[in-house]
Write a protein that binds this ligand. Structure first.
Ligand code: UT7
Length: 349
């Protein structure tokens, strides 16, 4: 049976390290609070003008493509996951296609936030399994630093996020002992507003409970980004952290077990679990619940913060570079976040 395998993997994080103490100049917080509640010691912030989500994705992609033993010219499809695109539209996929001077191949953007990379991987996996494509580039990249409210008001959100990118190249294989065994995707839109960035958007309720008919012409002329929206600082992400936390610690184990059960494996068979790096406390809770040893779980949120769609490929890449994953190892990837959406992938390296 045809399967997809990760033929090459790469990551890129900006040079600029921002410690917890560095954040004190913007907001009322402390290194102690951040480390105790999230495990984060530092994160990276992209260069404000020279680096974008796409340029970071390109850097990660170059490494993944080289490690896959192929070239940008051979890539026949792009799936790019991000919640912080360079432009509202078009997506980052086409910008990467242009930057890497690829052929006129398909480029798809995925907007599934923390689960974005796993959704992207799953889409790519289907195209490989049907035989439609032979070299798919899957990228997860984020430039959060540009869009965060770094004041005390949003400190619960802003301290956790960081910038970076990860990428893999998927290729077909007929080897039964390697490749993606299955992917599992879920959503529950009931909680969409619990972790969201509402503006700019087309929901048109920026000014409270007013009906569309009550807007005057001047307001209608500036519905998408209004002066009031700017004045009321409504252009930043919102998160009810405890509500996300509570749901995450249920859904992570559930979707990991789903992947194991589907393929007849037990938690003890996992060589390495790479959870989305949302919060170290969430990862530790999941580890405990599944009775996994420290060696079976890889975390690097301490150094990069939560990089949303980039977190799984960055952690996977780093774990592989450190020699923690070898041929034939059972690796589980899992994520949970805004939407809510959650997902897992089980693979033999
Ligand atoms: O990847 C996307 C998915 N996101 C997640 O998975 C995030 C899940 N949630 C979390 O990780 C945690 O909820 C947070 C780390 C975001 C927040 O931790 P928490 O323990 O849930 O804190 P909290 O929001 O309940 O706030 C507790 C207290 C509050 O003060 P009072 O009201 O008790 O006096 C906050 O104002 O901590 C305060 N606080 C802070 N204090 C210092 C919130 N953020 C900060 C901060 N520094 N950065």
């Amino acid at each position: 049976m045809l399967r997809s395998r990760i033929a090459g993997i790469g990551m890129y994080v900006p040079e600029h390290v921002v410690t917890n103490n560095d954040l004190l100049k913007y907001m009322d917080t402390s290194d102690e609070w951040i480390q105790e509640r999230t495990g984060i010691k530092e994160r990276r912030y992209a260069h404000r003008t020279d680096e974008t989500t796409t340029t970071m994705g390109v850097e990660a992609a170059k490494i993944a493509i080289e490690r896959a033993g192929t070239t940008a010219n051979e890539i026949d499809f792009i799936v790019f996951a991000t919640l912080s695109p360079d432009y509202y539209f078009p997506g980052c996929g086409v910008l990467l296609q242009r930057a890497m001077q690829m052929k006129e191949i398909g480029a798809l953007d995925v907007r599934n936030q923390c689960s974005g990379f796993l959704y992207a991987l799953s889409v790519a996996d289907q195209f490989i399994k049907t035989g439609m494509y032979k070299n798919i580039l899957v990228v997860g990249a984020e430039k959060h630093s540009f869009g965060l409210d770094l004041t005390t008001r949003s400190r619960n959100i802003s301290v956790i996020f960081g910038d970076g990118a990860g990428a893999v190249v998927l290729q077909p294989t007929e080897d039964d002992n390697c490749g993606i065994l299955s992917t599992h995707l879920h959503s529950d839109g009931e909680s969409a507003e619990i972790l969201a960035m509402f503006n700019p958007g087309t929901h048109a309720n920026h000014w409270g409970e007013k009906n569309y008919a009550d807007f005057d012409d001047a307001e209608i002329a500036h519905m998408f980004i209004s002066q009031k929206m700017i004045d009321n600082e409504q252009l930043f992400p919102f998160m009810d952290g405890p509500a996300v936390f509570k749901k995450a610690i249920v859904k992570f184990p559930e979707v990991i077990n789903e992947a194991l059960n589907k393929n007849g494996y037990k938690t003890s068979d996992i060589k390495l679990l790479i959870p989305h790096q949302a919060n170290l406390r969430i990862a530790q809770f999941v580890q405990q619940k599944l009775k996994l040893s420290d060696d079976q779980v890889y975390n690097n949120i301490q150094h990069y913060g939560n990089t949303t769609a980039a977190s799984v490929p960055i952690a996977l890449c780093e774990a592989w570079e450190k020699g923690k994953i070898n041929n034939g190892d059972l690796v589980c990837l899992a994520a949970f976040g805004s939407g809510f959406t959650w997902a897992s992938a089980l693979l033999k390296w």
